[in-house]
Design a protein. Structure first.
Lengths: 186, 603
């Protein structure tokens, strides 16, 4: 019994460590993590698209510290100016289930770094790599596509919507929105 | 013999009718009237969104009147092919109609001589898609303008184009802004005296606002005036004679700001221009100062949120009046400026009437810039009154934003008592018809970071309906008395323009898709038609090649108020679309995206 208790506590502590884990040496602005990801589930040939994820993304989105940092940086880099608190404005909403350019954290990192043709600016060389991952991890939490205990609690200031933590678990529908340019005649 | 008698009787009857209608044409002497340059006999066309340089948006056509308007029916429709907010005004020149879509800003010419008005040609300026990312409030365009055989318009990626009105061929195209600095263009140009006057949008992106005059012939720059910074840039010189002392001094566009803040200070020009050919003055408003968070820019923030009168030939400023010194609530001064003549305290005055975002209808002497009257047309909590001596609003200190604190129940809201959607002035009734809002908001300021090409706002907002629970109002306004004669309440904010006609019928549209005709004198609803999407466009009217009167409107919801539908926004976030979504959640239940022209006529 005692052994079982010790084991449980050890597991809890270890999980908690992972939740709170943080790195103190950030990558320089120019460094880029390289993930092999596809923007489409469709591939030429019978096998699915070739992808290789290093797992670094999981490390960010399962870590409350990174998600909390991401929430702060989301405002500092003016993401909220276009996407509001997830409901969108001039940019598309981030708290819903539709992901024009892919909803996995690796897709979101790529979207922030490279920009997208219908108005998403490129932040390559403007935001350090680890901070892009933190912002992407926070963006994943807006639709509650991260663990409940990792998602942020309620704001101290204006409450635009229920806290990320209190939203129901989300789902991701890739390529769910036709971009305005795709609707363009001619 | 009997036939002759009948003819005589008919002639007599017609004479009686004619003389009574002539009598009715003249508004009571005490009412304001359109100036002579806007009172020429109507040619049945609609060549610029404002209808005339005085911006009255009134047509002399009277075939459609209060008796028969109930029989209006659809003559033809046309899809613009773009499902974003349709704020543009359909123009008619000769026997061709011109329709301009939102981004990607496609210009269509429709042949009115053929059944169903088939397309003659289309012109696509192919603007940069990335411009959509720096357009604050949907990717709208407020219309083209016709002059001397050409159609002129702005594109979202800050180009101005001139297109041959007959053939659709591009005559010239001039790039005026850089989307990497957040500069876009959404306004309708004004063409006068051989120049095309245009301004820049981007007050939510720290753009330093300006107005630019291009030569109508070749698109080359004639002059450019900034609305912040040193006097030289603003084109303030010896001829600048503002009425009020607060507008006098050297380089106020620098000294009324913290160091260098004027460089990202806003004061953009995206609204309506008017022009007085007799005084040779061009009138334009200036947008909100940037960022919205006013605590980052102590001072009056000249020359934002005010009205300039400029010499159209040189750009030199003649007078300026700031409606919102040190604006704290995003109250751009971009709304329409209607030029009228009226007697004021026993003296004939040339005035400008401006229903402002601040919640006041201003009557301003357009020769001098003196404010003659400012009367509220919206519930006010942010403002306690108006001091006519200094022409300044009295701000309620309790509603002034404080960083990181939510200030509640501020009325009117960030889009103001009334936004860009223009009023109409009936030359016949002498009344102003104002489509406006009835809304309040909560506001929290926070420190904004300036990053070029991204928003520069620093405020969280959520809006909600004002007193009474409805959000839109269509009001008939007595300019002299400064009061409403009647008001129609609407569930959603009014984001469509108004049209007044000599048939004593006024038209406007609602965000849930109704196109309505009211009795100009009583406000009685005479007719309505449900279009396929919400209406935020500008109604126009014209005489077709068949001699009959037509009324045209674009349907297709969007704009700042309708972004929840046109941009597929998430209604769970109260602050989405800069806080408009909080008030507009139900819009998703009543309308969907669209982009269609509707044209109506009598059977």
């Amino acid at each position: 019994m005692r052994n079982l208790l010790t084991a449980s506590i050890a597991v809890l502590i270890l999980t908690a460590c992972e939740r709170e884990d943080r790195e103190y040496r950030a990558n320089p602005v120019t460094a880029e993590t390289e993930e092999k990801i596809a923007l489409s589930p469709l591939s030429g040939g019978p096998s699915p698209p070739v992808e290789r994820r290093s797992g670094i993304g999981q490390g960010y989105e399962e870590n409350a510290f990174h998600v909390a940092q991401g929430k702060k940086l989301y405002v500092w880099f003016n993401c909220n100016g276009c996407h509001a608190n997830g409901g969108g404005g001039s940019g598309p909403p981030l708290m819903d289930d539709r992901w024009t350019y892919g909803g996995q954290i690796e897709n979101i990192v790529q979207t922030i770094r490279e920009g997208r043709p219908n108005g998403m600016p490129s932040f390559r060389g403007k935001i350090p790599d680890d901070q892009i991952w933190q912002i992407a991890a926070y963006v994943r939490s807006m639709g509650r596509n991260v663990r409940k205990d990792v998602a942020p609690g309620r704001n101290d200031d204006m409450h635009p919507a229920p806290a990320e933590q209190r939203r129901p678990p989300g789902e991701v529908i890739d390529g769910g929105q036709i971009s305005p340019s795709a609707q363009m005649p001619q | 013999m009997g036939g002759a008698r009948l003819a005589a009787t008919l002639a007599a009857l017609m004479f009686v009718q004619l003389s009574s209608s002539i009598q009715a044409q003249t508004p009571p002497a005490s009412q304001p009237a359109a100036p002579p340059f806007a009172s020429a006999p109507d040619d049945g066309q609609w060549t610029i969104p404002q209808k005339n340089f005085a911006s009255t948006r009134y047509s002399d056509l009277s075939e459609i009147n209060t008796e028969n308007v109930k029989s209006l029916q659809v003559a033809f429709t046309f899809s613009t092919g773009v499902n974003r907010g349709q704020e543009s005004a359909p123009l008619v020149v000769g026997s061709t109609m011109y329709v301009l879509s939102p981004y990607p800003n496609i210009l269509y010419a429709l042949d009115l001589t053929q059944p169903g008005a088939p397309m003659k040609w289309q012109y696509n300026p192919k603007p940069a898609a990335a411009a959509q990312g720096v357009a604050c409030c949907d990717v709208v365009n407020r219309g083209p303008a016709y002059s001397n055989g050409r159609i002129f318009f702005t594109t979202l990626d800050a180009h101005v184009v001139a297109v041959n009105a007959e053939t659709g061929e591009e005559v010239w195209k001039t790039k005026l802004g850089d989307i990497n600095r957040g500069e876009t263009m959404t306004m309708a140009p004004l063409v006068a005296k051989g120049k095309v006057f245009v301004g820049i949008s981007g007050g939510e992106y720290g753009v330093r606002g300006w107005i630019h005059a291009l030569n109508e012939a070749d698109g080359q720059s004639a002059w450019k005036a900034y609305n912040t910074g040193p006097d030289q840039d603003v084109k303030i010189g010896p001829d600048f004679k503002p009425f009020y002392d607060s507008e006098k001094g050297k380089d106020l566009g620098v000294t009324t700001w913290p160091a260098d803040a004027w460089q990202q200070g806003g004061g953009t020009v995206w609204g309506w221009l008017s022009y007085d050919p007799d005084l040779n003055l061009l009138y334009h408003g200036t947008g909100n100062p940037g960022p919205w968070n006013a605590n980052q820019r102590p001072g009056d923030n000249k020359w934002t949120a005010g009205i300039f009168a400029r010499d159209p030939d040189t750009g030199d400023a003649r007078w300026f009046y700031q409606t919102a010194p040190h604006d704290i609530h995003d109250w751009d001064t971009v709304n329409e400026m209607i030029l009228l003549d009226m007697e004021w305290e026993g003296r004939p005055r040339k005035v400008m009437v401006h229903p402002g975002r601040t919640g006041f209808v201003y009557v301003i002497d357009r020769t001098t810039g003196e404010v003659l009257s400012a009367k509220p047309f919206h519930a006010l909590t942010a403002v306690t009154g108006f001091d006519l001596k200094t022409a300044r609003m009295q701000i309620n200190p309790e509603k002034e934003p404080v960083n990181n604190r939510v200030i509640r129940d501020i009325c009117p809201t960030a889009p103001g008592a009334k936004d860009w959607n223009p009023s109409a002035f009936s030359h016949k009734t002498g009344l102003l018809y104002i489509p406006h809002m009835n809304m309040c908001m909560d506001w929290q300021s926070s420190e904004a970071n300036y990053i070029a090409g991204t928003p520069y706002v620093g405020a969280e907002v959520r809006m909600f309906p004002g007193p009474g629970g409805h959000m839109g109002e269509f009001s008939a306004w007595d300019i002299r008395e400064g009061k409403e004669l009647w008001t129609i309440k609407e569930r959603f904010p009014l984001w469509s323009g108004a049209l007044a006609t000599a048939g004593d019928v006024v038209f406007y549209g609602t965000m849930d898709g109704w196109f309505k005709a009211l009795h100009a004198r009583t406000g009685e609803e005479l007719w309505k038609f449900k279009t396929s999407s919400g209406i935020i466009g500008q109604p126009t009217t014209y005489r077709g090649p068949d001699g009959k009167q037509y009324v045209a409107i674009l349907s297709g919801v969007g704009g700042w108020a309708g972004a929840i539908v046109s941009g597929d926004l998430d209604p769970r976030d109260a602050t989405a679309a800069l806080g408009f979504v909080n008030a507009m959640r139900e819009l998703k239940d009543v309308t969907t995206k669209g982009g269609s022209l509707y044209v109506f006529k009598l059977p």
